[in-house]
Each structure stands twice: as structure tokens, then as C-alpha cells.
Design a protein around this ligand. Structure first.
Ligand code: F6R
Length: 607
């Protein structure tokens, strides 16, 4: 997600410090950059779309006067990357500058209200409501910190914000809900940032700002209060002994592990998608004669799972297709009545774009699901939604998969409502379960990680693995297989479990590890049969099963437990988590680099 930095220096000019801090945030990925500073009661802003060095070459980001300044690297979610959408954002009278990381769910409603009061909006971002809200509160004569406190109380969603204003030019006011925020207390100044690496060379004394808190930085002091009631919070700085490299990974040894742990937050963000975007996509999907889900790698596995979701929930048949095969397999059948939903984290995968281009030339409707607003896919799609999971740095897609699944299941539910094929109660139940998923994923991470690590130690020398699941779990099996083979270099096989006896079972010999994904769903009886078949041939069975599934526990060698009561169509999200961790720890045990597997690139832009 976006990077934030702010600083109040005791002496000197802040802009070069902000510029250097933004460079330290570059590793997170971004599409635009900006700075604001206050000097002689005037606000100075420089911002643009593009890489820091390119924006610096044009605007000289180190050359802004003033000892108080903010900086921002943007990862677009609302509004394409552009100069006007870059942060900082200002109020009508250019007195307040705001940088923000997060998603404001109710921005459209607040914007409407503020426009009725005469506010003029310049950008297409959700963030811009914040300076205008503060402007409104300041009209009532509140001090800046109180105006910010009142303003953020109106916000639904997630935010870390830093604000400066010429009204109180010696302060930075910050507030946090869900998105990370930390203050740094240094010898030469005081800082705020979205992550510690931004200020680590300046100070190692950090104050973690908690959810629901507002902090005012002024000269060399900081004052924390609760947003809800304004009561003060006392918190001493802690000394951070991380190296800059460790700090970028927030203390995790690898980006992949950090990203696996980010999934509860990412999933919460996916649930903040604007209904209007889902509605638009659903309208196209509902109208289509033929729907193709087109993607590569992990994104294809999300499409495969989505085809089960659409069939079971919306009673709509869809074709999940591997992008590089699309033209050969379906090219001639594509026409004006076809709808292609292309799913691509990067939005730049050459095979996916080639399939899209083919379909576009045949007048098909192109829809997109991507993580990168402004990517080629968002430019060629008739409509798109963003998976909202922020930059993924580890080459192996992890938070991408679960975020895509969450968005696709929301789409399936939206189409289901329109088609009226399942009952309202069923839909409401699924929606409720979807809301619970972030917490369930957090529980799995908290309770199962140590055990998974032990499993990786136990199985690290195995030469080959089988991954088997039935129904929608066969997509989970394929994705888990891909993770293990790509980062731990363990040749592995995944099949729908029913298919295993049509050939692959001949590989089984005593001790051969077979991973079964076995939620207690409609496939239960048959998957138990498949487990017995493997067991009879001496396989070592590892099961991902539901808590309290004593029957399965008795017959398998090892198991990982998932909280009970999950609807089948949502099960790939919780069930893939332990297997992402398993692949990660296998990679570490086998002395591989999980973040940078050999021969692979994050974005595959060649066919
Ligand atoms: C696997 C992985 C790749 C990508 C694939 C598609 O961990 O990361 O298989 O999923 O290259 O990439 P996107 O989603 O960017 O089109």
C-alpha cells in the first residue's frame, strides 16, 4: 500500500530528508510520489505520477523550503495514477495537506455532502475527502488536532494519515485505523511514517501508534490521544535494533512470510470494495452468453476456484482458461456475446493481455481484476475491480490468491442475487461468513504456524509430493502444489482426488507424502475413500482438515486444523494458508530463497 513519511526538523530544510526517506520506501512499490512543506505560513506542494527519480528530475523534490514536511508514495486504489491523484491532497483553500495510506469506504457519501456545502474536489481519490472534512471542522474554530480527530471519526475503512496546515504550522497531526503508523524520535527532529525503514537511518527510537489513536508531533515532542474520547495515552519510544533490510520486512526474515501474515489485513481491504464497481462487473457477467475467466499461474487457480463459486452460488457456468491456451482453445468461439474476465495481479502478464487483445478484436466484453490500477489491463478493460492487496514483493503470489478469491466470491454473490437462484438466507449466510474470513485467517496464522514449521522439518527431504482435493479444493491443491514446487524446488503433482486412481496412483510407495485438502463438505465421503486408497499403499498422509474432525485425524499421519463451519465455496481462502506456510518453511529448510526463486520474475511480460 502507500508509503507515508513526515518530519519536523529542529533546524534546516526538511525536503531533502523527505526525499531520501521516500527512496527508502521505494521497495514497497508505488506509482506516484509527492511532498508538501510549510514555509513562512505557506504550503508548498510537488507531486506527480512516476518513479521518484523521474519525478525528482522534473520537479526537484529536495528543493522545497521549510523544516516541516510530508512525503508520500502512492499505490493507486481509487483513481488512476496521475499528477492530480498523487498525494498530498489539499482542501479548497490550499491550507491543509494530507497524505494517506488505506481505503476510505464511505468517501462517496462524504464527498456528496461536502460538495453540497460548496467544496470543490480536484482528484478522483478517496483521500481527498479528508482535507475537506478537516477544513469544515476548522471553520468551527477547533484546534487542528481536534479538527482532525473529529474528521477521522467520520471515516469508515482503514487509514494512516499525516496532516499539516498553515493554521498551526509547527505541527504534524497523524491518525491511525488499521493501516500501520509509527513515530520516530531523533536527535535532530521528530518523524512519522508508515514503516520504520523510512526513518531508521535518522533514529532507532520508535513509538508504535495503535489503532484508534491520534498523535500530534510538535518540535521534539509527541502527544498521543485516543480518537474516540480524546483521552491521552502514555507510551515511551522503543529501541529498534533491526538492520535496514530487516526493517523493510518488518522483522520477518522474508517478504513472502510478511505477505502471508498480511492476509488478514488485505482480506479486510477486499471487503471494502465499492459496491458500484462490483455491480457494474456483475451486470456484464449476468448478460453474457459465454463467460471466460482468463489468467496465468496463481491467478488461474483463483479463476478455477471462481468457476466453482459461480456455478454453485450463481448457477452460472463459466470457463476458467489458462491464458496462454485461450486463443487455441476458445479463440474461434469468441464473439460479441462473450465476456472475458481477465485476472492478473500485475495487469501486465503478456499471455493474459494477448488473450484479451484477441477477444477485444472480436468485440467481446473485457473485464479485469488486478492489483495495479493504471496497468495495461485496466486500460483495455471495459470495467475492472482492484484486488486491493497492495504491492506484493515476494515473487510467489500469496496475498494475491486470497484477495482475488475474496473479490471473485463477492462478484459471484452479486450475480447470484441478480439471478435469484439461491435463497436470500443462503446469500446472507455466505456474506456473513465472508466478513469473518479475515479473523479466521488470523487465527490459522496464530495457531498453526509452529506446527507447520515442524512438518516442514519432518518432510524436508522428500523428493516429490502429491496434493489432492475434490471440488473447489482441487483448485487449492493446484495452488499449494505450485507454491511448493516454485519456491522449494520440490517436483510435485496436484489432481482432483478422483482422478488420482486413473494413473498418478502408480507413483505411490511407502512413505510417499500425499497432502489432502479435506474440508467437511459435499465431497467428504469420496475424499475419505481416496485417503484410504493412498493409505493402503503406504503413503504418508498430511491432511488439512476441520477442527474436531476426529475420524480423519485417526487415519492420517499428520494434520493441520482449520476452524470449523466454513461454507465450501469460501474454503480455498482459509485452506490455502497452511500450505503457503508449508511451502515457505520447506523452502527455508532446503536452503532456497523463497523471495526470489530461480528463473522466475514477478511480472511475466513475454509470451
Ligand atoms: C506464482 C506466481 C505466478 C503468477 C503468474 C500470473 O506464485 O506468482 O504464477 O501468478 O505469473 O501473474 P499475474 O497475476 O500478474 O498475471
Amino acid at each position: 500500500m502507500c508509503g507515508i513519511f513526515g518530519c519536523i526538523l529542529k533546524n534546516g530544510v526538511a525536503a531533502p530528508i523527505v526525499h531520501a526517506a521516500l527512496k527508502r520506501l521505494e521497495y514497497r512499490g508505488y506509482d506516484s510520489v509527492g511532498e508538501a512543506a510549510i514555509y513562512k505560513n505557506k504550503l508548498f506542494i510537488k507531486k506527480d505520477q512516476g518513479k521518484i527519480d523521474d519525478v525528482h528530475a522534473v520537479h526537484n523534490l529536495a528543493n522545497i523550503p521549510g523544516r516541516i514536511a510530508l512525503g508520500h508514495t502512492r499505490w493507486a486504489t481509487h483513481g488512476a495514477p496521475s499528477q492530480v491523484n498523487a498525494h498530498p491532497h489539499m482542501d479548497c483553500h490550499k491550507q491543509i495537506a494530507v497524505v494517506h495510506n488505506g481505503i476510505i469506504e464511505n468517501f462517496a457519501e462524504i464527498q456528496r455532502e461536502l460538495e453540497e456545502l460548496g467544496h470543490v474536489f480536484r482528484s478522483k481519490t478517496d483521500t481527498e475527502v479528508i482535507p475537506h472534512l478537516i477544513e469544515e471542522e476548522l471553520k468551527d474554530g477547533l484546534p487542528l488536532s481536534e479538527a482532525v480527530r473529529e474528521a477521522v471519526k467520520r471515516l469508515e475503512g482503514s487509514y494512516a494519515v499525516a496532516i499539516i496546515s498553515v493554521r498551526e504550522p509547527n505541527k504534524i497531526v497523524c491518525a491511525r485505523k488499521e493501516s500501520p503508523l509509527v513515530a520516530g524520535v531523533g536527535e535532530h527532529g521528530i518523524y512519522c511514517a508508515s514503516d520504520i525503514p523510512a526513518f531508521l537511518p535518522l533514529t532507532n527510537k520508535a513509538v508504535i501508534i495503535e489503532d484508534g489513536e491520534i498523535v500530534v508531533l510538535a518540535d521534539d515532542r509527541y502527544e498521543i490521544r485516543r480518537i474516540s474520547d480524546g483521552n491521552p495515552v502514555l507510551r515511551e519510544p522503543e529501541v529498534i535494533d533491526w538492520t535496514p533490510e530487516m526493517a523493510e520486512k518488518q522483522g520477518y526474515p522474508h517478504f513472502m512470510l510478511k505477505e502471508i501474515h498480511e492476509q488478514p489485513l488485505c482480506l479486510r481491504n477486499t471487503l471494502r470494495l465499492q459496491e458500484q464497481y462490483l455491480d457494474l462487473m456483475a451486470t456484464f457477467l449476468e448478460r453474457a452468453t459465454e463467460v471466460y475467466f482468463v489468467a496465468a499461474g496463481t491467478s488461474y487457480h483463483a479463476c478455477l476456484a471462481a468457476s466453482y463459486m459461480f456455478s454453485k452460488v450463481a448457477l452460472l457456468a463459466t470457463h476458467p482458461v489458462i491464458a496462454s491456451e485461450f486463443i487455441e482453445q476458445h479463440g474461434k468461439a469468441v464473439n460479441i456475446d462473450s465476456t472475458i474476465l481477465a485476472v492478473s495481479q500485475s495487469g501486465e502478464t503478456a499471455d493474459t493481455l494477448a488473450a484479451v487483445e484477441w477477444a477485444r478484436q472480436r468485440a467481446a466484453t473485457i473485464l479485469g481484476l488486478t492489483n495495479v490500477v493504471g496497468s495495461t489491463l485496466t486500460r483495455v478493460a471495459r470495467a475492472y475491480v482492484c484486488q486491493q492487496s497492495g504491492p506484493e514483493i515476494g515473487v510467489a503470489a500469496t496475498k494475491t490468491f486470497t484477495s482475488q478469491l475474496s473479490v471473485l466470491s463477492q462478484l459471484a454473490l452479486n450475480v447470484a442475487k441478480r439471478r435469484g437462484k439461491i435463497s436470500h438466507t443462503q446469500i446472507e449466510d455466505l456474506e456473513e461468513k465472508l466478513q469473518q474470513i479475515p479473523d479466521i485467517v488470523a487465527t490459522i496464522l496464530e495457531t498453526q504456524e509452529a506446527k507447520i514449521r515442524q512438518l516442514a522439518e519432518k518432510y524436508k527431504d522428500k523428493q516429490c509430493f502429491f496434493f489432492l482435493g475434490r471440488g473447489i479444493s482441487s483448485a487449492t491443491a493446484l495452488e499449494s502444489r505450485l507454491k511448493l514446487l516454485e519456491i522449494a524446488y520440490v517436483p510435485s503433482i496436484a489432481y482432483p482426488a478422483g482422478e488420482s486412481k486413473h494413473g498418478p496412483i502408480s507413483l505411490i510407495e511407502p512413505g510417499f507424502p500425499v497432502v489432502f485438502i479435506c474440508p467437511k463438505d459435499e465431497t467428504r465421503k469420496t475424499i475419505m475413500g481416496n485417503i484410504m486408497e493412498m493409505k493402503a499403499r503406504g503413503a504418508s498422509i498430511i491432511a488439512i482438515l476441520e477442527e474436531g474432525d476426529e475420524e480423519t485425524k485417526k487415519i492420517v499421519d499428520d494434520y493441520i486444523e482449520i476452524p470449523t463451519g466454513f461454507p465450501e465455496v469460501l474454503s480455498p481462502i482459509p485452506y490455502v494458508i497452511p500450505l503457503q506456510l508449508f511451502a515457505y518453511y520447506m523452502s527455508v529448510e532446503r536452503n532456497c530463497d523463497p523471495d526470489m526463486p530461480r528463473n522466475l520474475a514477478k511480472s511475466v511480460t513475454v509470451k
